[in-house]
Design a protein around this ligand. Structure first.
Ligand code: ADP
Ligand code: MG
Length: 419
């Protein structure tokens, strides 16, 4: 009896697994770091990057190149693709060439950027501890000893410069002056179209000896990109034309982001698979969209710095008490109580006001300026996201979890003011 029962269970499990396996043929090709061997609608960009790096094959220094465009427009994929080809060719021709690729946002600090650059020329430095100038000098001598052409790719350079300034770029753009046997070229990539404003004019002019803008994809282009990828990712017949159109249209409406389109397709596929469906249909895509949006907000809230979290929690508590048009003063009062409650030293109201503006800028709060006639103007602030998602984040937060149920004492004052 027992035996049959467990066999039944396994039978169903295997059956379901086999059914599931009908959706994805190769899930990995939908990962963010997968570089396809064919990049539709980027032929021109591939050619332009190719033209810039080609001189390396004749041992000339290539011009520095500055690439920018919105996220998901193929900047990283195109750059990596072209560089892998030029590396291959250089090897074939026996021309010395070192390509070092660093994603500045992921790496986080100038020190770590140089740490990776040092690694790429075979210089070992400790992961932390040296002065920045020292690491840079070691990189310089290491690079020179190699007697090579070096192409340094600084991807998502905007993230680094905005937090740490442009010293690193400045030093790198001048490095050739002190290299005698090697030459270095820089490819800088930015997701921020206005990044140039952050750079010292001297740095900008040498970084952008050549410039290349990646424009967003339209829906038809996204569809081609998805269709190419879907051929390797899914089994035949899993994907309808309508599903593909919907993914492309949703991503095009955002800002022509191919990453977004691929994410939609992957998550829709996973939802279909979990359900045991044989096809990915449009409903899966719509569900996937909700799921992705939810995760995006969840991550954004979860990764906020401590004081921004406290500010957001204050607005949440006000909203819970039906105060949906809080002013900075209300928020600050609740915020101070929360700080007292958790033993955290509060920031000044002015700083908190800046944090509110930052939260507004990323859409977690919504503020609007209201005129009070001759009494001037005031800012009314409310949550920009659902309350449940804030509860969800805080409930998983060890330190701040209890605050979500806190009843602020200052609320009656805020309510009085409204009567
Ligand atoms: P960016 O660096 O501009 O933010 P990526 O190069 O990382 O964008 O591209 C985002 C995702 O979309 C990656 O998974 C990439 O492989 C894919 N992708 C972008 N453009 C194309 C294209 N023309 N063809 C195929 N895949 C593409
Ligand atoms: Mg990128």
């Amino acid at each position: 009896m027992f035996m049959t029962k467990s066999l039944d269970v396994l039978d169903t499990l295997f059956d379901r697994f086999l059914n599931h396996a009908r959706i994805f043929k190769d899930r990995d090709v939908l990962r963010h770091d997968y570089i396809p061997s064919y990049l539709p609608h980027r032929e021109n960009e591939i050619r332009r990057v190719g033209e810039v790096v080609a001189p390396a094959l004749k041992r000339y220094r290539c011009s520095n190149l500055f690439i920018y465009g919105k996220p998901g427009t193929g900047k990283t994929a195109v750059t990596k693709y072209v560089l892998s080809k030029v590396e291959e060719k250089a090897k074939e021709l026996d021309v010395p060439l070192v390509v070092s690729y660093v994603n500045c946002r992921l790496v986080g600090t100038e020190y770590r950027v140089f740490f990776y650059l040092c690694n790429s020329v075979g210089v070992k430095v400790p992961f932390t501890g040296l002065a920045l100038g020292e690491v840079f000098d070691r990189f310089k001598s290491g690079a020179d000893l190699k007697e090579t052409l070096l192409i340094v790719v600084l991807d998502e350079i905007d993230a680094l410069v905005k937090t740490k300034g442009d010293t690193l770029l400045y030093e790198l753009t001048r490095i050739n002056e002190s290299l005698s046997r090697s030459k270095l070229s820089i490819i800088g990539i930015s997701n921020d179209l206005r990044f140039k404003e952050w750079l010292d004019p001297r740095v900008l002019s040498s970084l952008s000896e050549e410039e290349l803008v990646f424009r967003p994809y339209n829906a038809a282009e996204l569809k081609d990109i998805l269709a190419e990828r879907a051929k390797i990712a899914f089994y035949d017949g899993v994907l309808s034309d309508g599903t593909l159109n919907l993914c492309a249209a949703l991503a095009a409406a955002e800002h022509g982001d191919a990453r977004r389109a691929l994410d939609l397709l992957r998550v829709a596929g996973e939802l279909a698979e979990r359900e045991g469906a044989k096809q990915i249909v449009e409903d899966h895509v719509r569900l996937a969209e909700k799921r992705i949006e939810h995760n995006r907000i969840f991550e954004a809230v979860k990764n906020l710095p401590l004081h921004s979290k406290l500010v957001l929690c204050s607005v949440y508590l006000l909203a819970k008490a039906n105060i949906n048009d809080a002013i900075t003063g209300d928020i600050y009062a609740v915020y101070c109580e929360l700080c007292a409650e958790t033993g955290i030293a509060p920031l000044t109201q002015r700083r908190v006001s800046t944090l509110i503006s930052e939260l507004d800028a990323v859409g977690l709060l919504n503020s609007r300026v209201v005129s009070l006639g001759r009494y001037g103007r005031t800012k009314k602030i409310r949550l920009g996201i659902g309350r449940s998602i804030i509860r969800e984040v805080f409930q998983n937060d060890e330190r701040l979890g209890s605050l979500i149920g806190y009843a602020p004492k200052c609320l009656s004052k805020a309510k009085d003011r409204r009567n």
